[in-house]
Design a protein around this ligand. Structure first.
Ligand SMILES: Nc1ncnc2c1ncn2[C@@H]1O[C@H](COP(=O)(O)OP(=O)(O)OP(=O)(O)O)[C@@H](O)[C@H]1O
Ligand SMILES: [Mg+2]
Length: 292
């Protein structure tokens, strides 16, 4: 049985302003499994970022719980929560959240240094080379384009090899070629370090590269299906019953689609290694050092 890394139960987030109540999340039950690469999709304002923030312990729910292993995030004190986030979670924010007074190199290694960790120089070089920011390491965020800042945010989230990566539209500001490279890299990293990844995207092609697509509507999960089955499922789904599927349902659907989760994983592995570096990463090569 696959183990659950993140478990949201009855998750609600309501914002009240005068008489208006915005139900950003309205009862989310969601299991994220160890090592899976899940995409969250949905229209603007449907609650995707709110959900991701809750999963990462960055915001507190109005009701419901998020558990990481046997720990309930809302019961952890601020310090324990901060340590958990720094050690276990890499977060790519929708607005990047780079520290403006630090240069690119310093931004990338900041979470590692805050946690007293050791910087893996080779891995840092690999990341900045893939993301094509090796020439920008001494520059400051306000000297970079939006897409370059987004790539720095991705590098920062990955540099500490977190066990969980939560990424909010990590390719939203990138051209399609660079987006494909970034997603291929994320998938290779997911396989190489057995990372669990949850990624919000508006791009259907990128969503299809995920193991599972979770569709959010009005703060609720509308569907949760294997990536390649999404189009078919949306056509077939009954909005009243098309809530989250159990892993058994997903496997049944996979079999019906003539492909299995296993074959998909193997495909990912093949993609990760095909014509790419021995380490399994899509690109590898000399870059400026990540730290002086
Ligand atoms: N701090 C806040 N105060 C009040 N309402 C909020 C707040 N944050 C989010 N909301 C509301 O909650 C709803 C969900 O917002 P959220 O940012 O999760 O959407 P999203 O799916 O990420 O959208 P997008 O694709 O545009 O990023 C929206 O209606 C938004 O206006
Ligand atoms: Mg958002």
């Amino acid at each position: 049985m696959r183990s659950i890394v993140l478990k949201a139960q009855g998750l609600k987030k309501y914002y009240t302003s005068g008489e208006n109540v915005t139900k950003a999340l309205d009862g989310i039950d969601l299991d994220i499994y160890y090592g899976e690469f899940a995409a969250i999709v949905g229209t603007s304002g449907s609650g995707k970022s709110t959900l991701l923030h809750m999963l990462g312990g960055l915001d507190t729910p109005t009701a419901g719980t998020v558990r990481v292993g046997d720990k309930e995030l809302s019961r952890m004190d601020d310090e324990a929560l901060a340590v958990f986030r720094r050690r276990s979670i890499g977060f790519v924010f929708q607005q990047y959240n780079l520290v403006q007074t630090l240069n690119v190199r310093e931004n990338i290694v900041l979470p590692i240094l805050l946690d007293g960790g050791t910087i893996d120089e080779d891995y840092c070089r690999e990341i900045v080379t893939l993301l094509k920011i090796e020439e920008k390491l001494e520059q400051f965020p306000n000297q970079l384009s939006g897409g370059q800042q987004q790539r720095v945010a991705i590098a920062r989230a990955l540099a500490g090899k977190p066990s969980i990566l939560l990424a909010d539209e990590p390719t939203g500001n990138l051209d399609s070629r660079t987006s494909q490279d970034v997603i291929a890299f994320l998938k290779a990293s997911n396989q190489r370090f057995q990372q669990t990844m949850v990624m919000i995207t508006h791009n259907p092609e990128i969503a299809q590269m995920a193991d599972r697509i979770i569709r959010i509507e009005d703060g609720r999960i509308k569907t949760s299906v294997p990536g390649y089955a999404e189009d078919e499922h949306v056509k077939m789904s009954d909005p009243k019953t098309a809530d989250q599927e159990s892993p058994a349902d997903m496997q049944t659907r996979s079999a019906a689609a003539g492909r299995t989760e296993t074959s998909r994983t193997e495909t990912s592995r093949t993609e990760a290694s095909r014509g790419k570096s021995a380490s399994g990463h899509p690109m590898e090569g000399g870059a400026e050092q990540c730290s002086r």
